[in-house]
Design a protein around this ligand. Structure first.
Ligand code: FES
Ligand SMILES: [Fe+2]
Length: 327
């Protein structure tokens, strides 16, 4: 994991007002809840008394307190125990009765968690060009992979004619000119894909290509874990790669549509398009889950090719961010 980053960890709709849920993220058990005012809170899901799952308990006081189901210890959103029923509710609680709490933030209908020891200097930002004018349909599923492999799959232009030979990769465009990778900011890049049929000429180098000749389609990756396919101004697919632990990743996939500008109709189009996107993602899942080693590294003895350029850029930056933040 790269530390000191805002990671998307859940979709907002998964945590309803007044509900407490337990999830595993970054290999840690987390208890997450939404209080009656709508704010989301997150603390460790391992009770500091004798280790029961707090998320199996319930919320008290308008959702501002989470109670462990085992012996009723009550936690505030900072992770402090504020009442030990066995001592009497009015008895002060010693300082050491506490669990870790996590900073969370909500934007773009996602819950984001600040992972790391440092302090966030700004709030997380989703993609600048996705706003209220687009409607979306979402699904999520768990892959048995480290999240780095799931990300790299979406940065890989040369798998498309093979893995997706009967869906998005129809047409046997097996030669991959470029691709061109363009860094837009320190932690976000676009890449442009120029796949074509093999006419006997070798793949062109990125410097022989012109972005303007690329189709309107380009892809975007933003550290640490969100990706967007700009299919068109009005059609996008996004994916969020949420680390569960070293061998599991929950992928959220959203299909954003803004064809008509009429919300219910755009939403319906998005819903109707989702089975196709699910089929494409399942084609990926079948292969990516076979990759070994499960986790990718910058130096791992793989024989990369030119078409793997976006993956290599991802690995280099990931390494750089880890060096900076994981001290
Ligand atoms: S284990 Fe949570 S209160 Fe005892
Ligand atoms: Fe794919």
């Amino acid at each position: 994991m790269i530390k000191n980053q805002w990671y998307v960890i859940m979709s907002s709709h998964e945590v309803r007002k007044g509900h407490l849920v337990g999830v595993t993220r970054f290999g840690e058990k987390l208890a997450i809840w939404r209080d009656n005012d709508g704010a989301v809170h997150c603390i460790s899901d391992i009770c500091c008394h004798r280790g029961a799952s707090i998320s199996h308990g319930k919320l008290l006081h308008e959702g501002h307190v989470a109670m462990c189901p085992f012996h009723g210890f009550e936690y505030d959103p900072t992770g402090r125990v504020i009442a030990i029923p066995a001592y009497g509710r009015k008895t002060p609680v010693p300082e050491n009765f506490k669990v870790k709490s996590y900073k969370v933030y909500e934007t773009a209908d996602f819950i984001w968690l600040w992972y790391g020891d440092g302090e966030p200097t700004s709030n997380p930002k989703y993609f600048d060009d996705i706003d209220e004018s687009l409607s979306y349909s979402e699904f999520s599923e768990v892959w048995n992979v480290h999240y780095s492999r799931a990300i790299e799959n979406q940065l890989d232009p040369i798998h498309v004619p093979f893995v997706h030979y009967n869906t998005i990769g129809r047409g046997n465009r097996t030669v991959s000119d470029g691709p061109i990778v363009k860094w837009i900011s320190d932690t976000m890049f676009y890449f442009y894909v120029f796949n074509r049929i093999d006419d006997g000429t070798p793949a062109k180098k990125p410097e022989e290509l012109d972005i303007n000749e690329a189709s309107r389609v380009y892809l975007e990756f933003k550290f640490p874990n969100i990706w967007q396919n700009h299919i068109d101004e009005k059609i996008r697919v996004t994916a969020e790669f949420v680390p569960i632990d070293d061998e599991h990743t929950r992928i959220y996939l959203r299909f954003y549509v803004g064809f008509t500008g009429i919300k219910p109709i755009d939403k319906l189009i998005a819903i109707l398009g989702t089975p196709f996107n699910k089929k494409v993602l399942h084609q990926d899942k079948a292969v990516v889950e076979t990759q070994l080693p499960k986790k990718s590294e910058l130096r791992m003895g793989e024989n990369l090719v030119q078409g793997d350029a976006p993956i290599l850029e991802y690995r280099k930056k990931r390494e750089e961010l880890k060096m900076l933040n994981n001290k």
